[in-house]
Design a protein around this ligand. Structure first.
Ligand SMILES: Cc1ncc(COP(=O)(O)O)c(C=O)c1O
Length: 374
């Protein structure tokens, strides 16, 4: 075994360690914003919006309070409203469905496939005369098969709005997650691949009218002329967060490289274990460029494996606390989703972030091999 069994601690996430990696630069830029007293809708926000739009090759990037508002605004721009249905995978954060519900439309939950992303065949089975849009969730840093989603949308006249909150920089067929539909949404929650120091998000679009509407929605309905054109929200991205994101976006390429390297290491070390289903590897399919927001496996005897890892000092997480949206009875969105149902008994996320070393990954893999092979 390449690692040693000892009293190591590999937390699932380590916020202080990530801050410490760039402490001086980050502290200085925060102080710089404070000294300028530049808090709301200031130049750091404008710079970040321009940089993000350039990075993604889109006409508009609009900083908003969080990913949930980004999805909500994208749906509003797509014309989703009361009486409509929107197809959403159940394997997602409740925020995806909430963003739909807050438009007055109904989220209709569909199944996922072995890569844990929306299954287009399942989605097609839930289409009705009320279906207005499909909301693929580009989960764990992977972009869904957008050719299949596009065909489904074309065949049924559906709008596409992407929940790409976990997928900044991920691509399908060379095209960035978030750029396939009317609008794409991003979250900068601190544990995201591009994270800020609190809540933050952005919605992106190529549609000028949609962009104008979403800019109004995030700022109390206020237009560029200073007049109120609709009831909006207080949902701006703070300038301080934008300054942090500006800095981090400049170094984002290296972040993605490292995350893919960690995923490759997990893949190489664990691929021989028949008890596990691993996420598709970084080099598995040329159509997919995954950025590994998470490394979510499926495991036989998942709970016992998790206990073993915990006892070995390795932090793991069950995404969404271990339940997908159709499994929250109070939401009244129960559905028969066989793959998702089985998956929730088996899914487990291993540590993958920039504070994790190769040695850490080897240690985690050694403990997993030891669990199944003794
Ligand atoms: C898939 C998904 N959708 C939506 C969200 C909501 O983003 P936020 O927490 O920034 O509102 C998140 C992140 O938490 C997410 O992971």
């Amino acid at each position: 075994m390449s690692g040693q069994k000892n009293s190591r601690s590999i937390p699932f996430f380590n916020y202080p360690a990530l801050y410490n990696q760039n402490e001086q630069e980050l502290s200085e830029l925060v102080l710089n914003v404070l000294r300028r007293g530049a808090y709301i809708m200031q130049r750091d926000l404008e710079e970040f919006e321009t940089s993000l739009a350039t990075y993604l090759g889109v006409r508009h990037a609009i900083g908003v309070a969080d990913g949930t508002m980004a999805i909500h605004f994208g749906l509003r721009a797509a014309g989703v409203g009361p009486g409509d249905e929107v197809l959403v995978p159940s394997h997602t954060f409740v925020a995806t469905a909430a963003a739909v519900a807050h438009t007055g439309a109904k989220p209709v939950l569909v199944d996922c496939g072995t890569d844990h992303l929306i299954d287009p065949a399942s989605a097609s089975r839930f289409i009705t005369s009320r279906t207005k849009a499909i909301l693929p969730v580009q989960l764990n840093g992977r972009t869904a098969d957008m050719t299949a989603i596009g065909k489904l949308a074309d065949a049924h006249g559906l709008q596409i709005v992407e929940d790409s909150c976990q997928a900044l920089g991920s691509k399908f067929d060379g095209r960035f997650a978030g750029t396939f539909g009317v609008a794409g949404s991003f979250s900068f929650y601190p544990s995201k691949t591009l994270g800020c120091f609190g809540d933050g998000g952005a919605v992106v679009t190529d549609d000028d009218a949609a962009a104008a509407m979403m800019r109004e929605l995030r700022d109390h309905g206020r237009g560029a002329d200073g007049l109120i054109h609709r009831f909006g929200f207080n949902a701006r991205l703070d300038n301080l967060q934008a300054a942090v994101l500006n800095y981090r976006l400049k170094h984002y390429g290296a972040v993605i490289e490292r995350r893919r390297a960690i995923a490759r290491l997990y893949q190489n070390r664990l691929q021989g274990l028949g008890e596990l289903l691993l996420p598709p590897g970084p080099d598995a399919n040329a159509a997919h460029f995954d950025i590994y927001q998470n490394y979510e496996i499926e495991a036989d005897r998942r709970d016992a494996l998790r206990d073993h890892l915990t006892n070995s000092g390795v932090g793991t997480i069950l995404q969404w606390g271990g339940k997908c949206i159709h499994q929250f009875p109070d939401l009244g969105l129960g559905a028969d989703l066989p793959y998702t149902e089985r998956m929730t008994q088996r899914f487990l996320m291993l540590p993958l972030n920039l504070a994790v070393s190769d040695d850490d990954v080897n240690y985690v893999c050694d403990r997993i091999v030891e669990f199944y092979r003794g």
